[in-house]
Design a protein around this ligand. Sequence first.
Ligand code: MLT
Length: 322
Amino acid sequence: MRDVLVTENIVGSEMETLKNDFDVVFEPDLWKSPARLLDTISEFQAIIVRNQTKVTAELIHAAFRLKIIGRAGAGLDNIDLKTATRAGVVVSYAPEQNSISVAELAMAMMLSLARKIPAADRNTRSGEWDRHQFSGVELYGKTLGIVGLGRIGYRTAVRARAFGMDIIAHDEYANPDAVIVSELRARMMSLNELLKQADFVSCHIPLSHETVGLFNYGTFCRMKPTAFFINTSRGEVVDEEALVKALKDKKIAGAALDVRQQEPPVKSSLGEMDNVILTPHIAAFTAEGQERVVSSVCRDVADILSGREAKNYVNFPKPKRI
Ligand code: MLT
């Protein structure tokens, strides 16, 4: 029997402590070989993943010694939570440890779109000095539409307020009387109304059967032709073909995507558009954010393997299977 299997590149000081205290097998590319993972998992009591390892029902059933699944991040869409819970396996995650990093990237995307920074950088590097082509817009006085007013949406809105933006928000589950809504002076509204009013739409929703493809051609057509769309949540909430068409038809002014419908993405005309910014799912990737995320997950794994309770669990603090 082995202790911990790490299937993605998850590093940090607490991972080093875990390696010193337990038998940790570090295989950062194993997520790419689901069959090999399935063959090995039965030996382990704990698995630590990011978002690329698919922790399926089949994998959980094969993992008969598994006590804890540590998800080094916030999204749980790659984990079969129902099966893990039925099997008595603790699922630990880091729901807010990277939320500042993601909110800061959302702001960076907004500023980059407003000021055309990536295109201006490419232009300058090519030897041009075309100042007039790169005249932008201010964030000040603009309306930011936050879709999903959770931990990340809230932190993005706080930062946007400091830039003098007005906040409108749509969230199926948020309490309109919650103190954060008054603190942000946010106006809660339907998605359709938000799309009509926002100058920037920033998406912060989890992936679920309700949100997949939420942003489609019809949705983009409801936005202002001068508005920008930012997605740092999950790629599958956007129909990318529809986004390309909306950009070509000038239904919106630009878009920034940190996450893609397929990761790594297939070649797309999005990559040829100057008013589009693309990054490789890096919103949570900061030194500070990752240190917090990895610490919380590694500590939970160490606690469970030592017979103590996990702190950042989704289902229960101790394994129900011994
Ligand atoms: C998250 O869900 O925490 C982020 O998307 C980062 C990740 O999946 O690793």
